[in-house]
Ligand binder design. Structure first.
Ligand code: PLP
Length: 400
């Protein structure tokens, strides 16, 4: 045990993964478990993207590439930023990593000094506070509840900034709430940031393509070009193109930040897989119909899940504006007892009892630094979601 480094005590294993493992263990015992806990698309990678990977293998694109990714892919990413976001990044201002996760990791480890503060609105993606902790930084968590649309308010940001604030991390659309910032809502945050030149922004736009009800996507450097020199615009292929296993994420940032991230990545993974990079070019430059079809499917499922939850006693659900998650409030269930005799003291008790008594795997809000809620992923088939919602309702109706 002494062999393990102290820094590992600052982080916890991913709790979404822990839930998946628990659900799998029950399945292995022969239990009928519906896993709606996972953060990955249930669709297959579109055919033209798979074809591009196969062609890359046949053409022997199987060697090391530039650490930051092939020039061809970085140019495709530059085209994507221009086309979708109106952002001008050169190939030298782009880095491709092993998933969006590594891009965030690179940015934090490459820039944070001990004690630097990173503002993270909560509920947040599980990995941000841990990555900041690994970088010796101090996560400053700002609760942003459903009463404010799960969005950070400008005055909240203003009040949290100190001379040590180095980063603000914003995720839009959000995992786990689906909350999405309009350009106008980002404008308010940009105005605060303009007054504090020491604060940088990492905007996690990985769910950009999965946005509902005709909303327009917006990102910081587009809304306020003056922030471009202190913004990392992070995005990737995992969610938009159902490519979680391919490990392609990318970031656009000023050259001095990209250079530092490149230096770090050069002493860890080096380039991400050359074959996946070739596939990513096809994803970004190719037809976008498959992404739009997936987006429509998520929106349809969102409508059904939200309607089912509205009819469930003890739950209240804010309507997600993007991504593929719902994050219902379960505080009305606290202090009650399940049909199976379990007492619900907190959101973790709730999801554990829901799994063991109803066979539905979700993730408790505490994993996203926001107790009193739980996360449902609608990256699952319509029939599975329908049955899961029926069971959740039965479970809640059975509370005493
Ligand atoms: N950011 C958010 C908000 C996510 O939900 C995820 C994946 O779950 C990622 C980043 C990382 O994605 P990738 O698979 O590209 O590393």
């Amino acid at each position: 045990r002494d062999v393990i480094a102290d820094r590992l005590n600052r982080i916890s294993p991913s709790q979404t993964t822990a839930m998946r493992q628990r659900a799998q263990a029950l399945k292995a015992e022969g239990r009928d478990v519906l896993a709606i806990s996972s953060g990955e698309p249930d669709f297959d990678t579109p055919q033209h993207i798979k074809d591009a990977a196969i062609a890359a293998i046949q053409a022997n694109q199987t060697r090391y590439t530039d650490i930051a990714g092939t020039r061809a892919l970085r140019e495709a990413v530059a085209r994507k930023f221009k086309r979708d976001n109106g952002l001008d990044y050169t190939a030298e201002e782009i880095l491709v990593g092993t998933g969006g996760k590594q891009v965030i990791y690179d940015a934090m480890i490459a820039t944070i000094n001990p004690g630097d503060e990173v503002i993270i609105p909560t509920p947040c993606w599980v990995s941000y506070p841990d990555i900041v902790g690994l970088a010796d930084g101090r996560p400053v968590l700002l609760p942003c509840g459903p009463n404010q649309g799960f969005r950070l308010m400008p005055e909240q940001l203003e009040a949290a900034i100190t001379p040590r604030t180095k980063w603000l991390i914003v995720n839009t659309p959000s995992n786990p709430t689906g909350a999405t910032y309009s350009a106008e809502q980002l404008r308010g945050l940009c105005d605060v940031l303009l007054r504090h030149p020491q604060v940088h922004v990492l905007t996690d736009d990985i769910y950009e393509k999965l946005i509902f009800d005709g909303r327009a996507f917006a990102t910081f450097a587009q809304v306020e070009p003056a922030l471009r020199d202190r913004t990392v615009t992070m995005n990737g292929c995992s969610k938009a193109y159902a490519m979680t296993g391919w490990r392609i994420g990318f970031g656009g940032a000023p050259r001095h930040i990209i250079k530092a991230m490149d230096k770090l990545q050069g002493q860890s993974t080096s380039n991400t897989c050359s074959i996946a990079q070739a596939a990513a070019i096809a994803a970004l430059d190719g037809p976008q119909e498959a992404t739009e079809a997936m987006r429509q499917a998520y929106q349809r499922r969102r409508d059904r899940v939200v309607a089912a939850l509205a009819a469930t006693p003890g739950l209240r659900c804010h309507t997600p504006e993007g991504a593929f998650y719902a994050f219902p409030d379960m505080t009305a269930c606290l202090g009650r007892t399940t049909a199976g005799g379990a007492r619900i003291g907190d959101d973790a008790d709730f999801v554990l009892a829901l799994l063991s008594e109803a066979g539905v795997a979700t993730v408790h809000g505490g994993a996203f630094m926001f107790p009193g809620h739980f996360r449902i992923s609608f990256a699952a088939s319509d029939s599975m979601l329908e049955e899961a919602c029926r069971r959740i309702r039965g479970f809640c109706e059975g509370l005493r």
